[in-house]
Design a protein around this ligand. Structure first.
Ligand code: HEM
Length: 237
């Protein structure tokens, strides 16, 4: 009984977590598109455009904060979700789909945060990116090509900003949205299967009424005859 209750709680938590990740992803994507109306991905304009969003654009600060909270919240919720799904440990198709898509969703949320690190074009972002590109370059075999792909050449400049912005706003955000939808669908399929299994278990556990045959229900003809003959209010006919 305890095990059933534990599974039920974990499944409900996972489904709620999946709804939360999809909502956060949706909010981040919508607020990101709104930011993109005013953001310029170039070394000359990036910082000033973000400043303009925060100070001049009507409700710009609100959209920026919403994007910040939804984007970073997505990382936190999807990490918690991985723990919840681990505690659930079920190996049916729905759960496995949700488990794998959840892991990739967390990775893409981290990648979204990483690609956003330098979008504002600040000193901190620049030096962090320089340091991390050095680490990426040290990966054997693919390191150098990966660095070139991310920077768009040797140095960090406008092309780098455009590459990071494209990865962030088109590639990764679409991947994250698809993954969060797959994640929720996987868990809904699991819920449905679980309900069907429970219904089946209840059906097989319910004690059946003993088989009655016609002779149990219908009294013998002689008794009917006797009943007809004996009427307490009228006496024997
Ligand atoms: C699933 C979708 C998305 C997620 C999870 C996400 C996540 C993030 C995160 C974590 C940041 C850093 C915020 C900070 O710490 O200040 C950020 C910044 C940014 N994102 Fe997104 N993002 C998403 C979609 C988009 C889209 C679709 C666009 C544009 C079309 C976009 C444009 C931007 C811009 C311009 C910034 C820099 C703004 C700033 O520094 O305040 N994002 N995003």
């Amino acid at each position: 009984m305890d095990n059933i209750r534990y599974n039920f709680i974990v499944r409900r938590l996972a489904t709620l977590g999946a709804i939360a990740t999809l909502t956060l992803c949706f909010l981040a994507a919508v607020s990101g598109v709104l930011l993109a109306f005013y953001y310029s991905p170039s070394t000359r304009e990036a910082f000033a455009s973000i400043e303009r969003i925060s100070t001049e654009v009507p409700n710009g600060w609100l959209i920026r904060s919403l994007h910040d909270i939804a984007g970073n919240g997505l990382i936190v919720v999807s990490l918690v979700q991985i723990v919840v799904m681990f505690l659930g440990r079920q190996f049916r198709l729905g759960w496995l789909t949700a488990w794998i898509s959840g892991i990739f969703l967390t990775l893409s949320a981290i990648a979204l945060s990483w690609t956003a690190m330098n979008l504002e074009w600040t000193q901190t972002g620049y030096w962090r990116l320089t340091l991390e590109l050095g680490i990426i370059e040290s990966i054997p075999a693919i390191g150098h090509s990966l660095r070139e792909f991310l920077t768009g050449g040797e140095g960090i400049g406008t092309i780098t900003l455009q590459h990071l912005f494209t990865l962030h706003s088109y590639v990764l955000s679409i991947v994250a949205t698809i993954l969060s939808i797959v994640h929720l669908i996987g868990l809904l399929i699991q819920e449905r299967q679980e309900k069907q299994l429970q219904a089946l278990a209840i059906e097989t556990d319910t004690p059946k009424a003993p088989q009655q045959n016609q002779s149990d229900i219908t009294p013998p003809a002689s008794e009917i005859e006797d009943d007809r003959k004996f009427n307490p209010s009228q006496g024997i006919a």
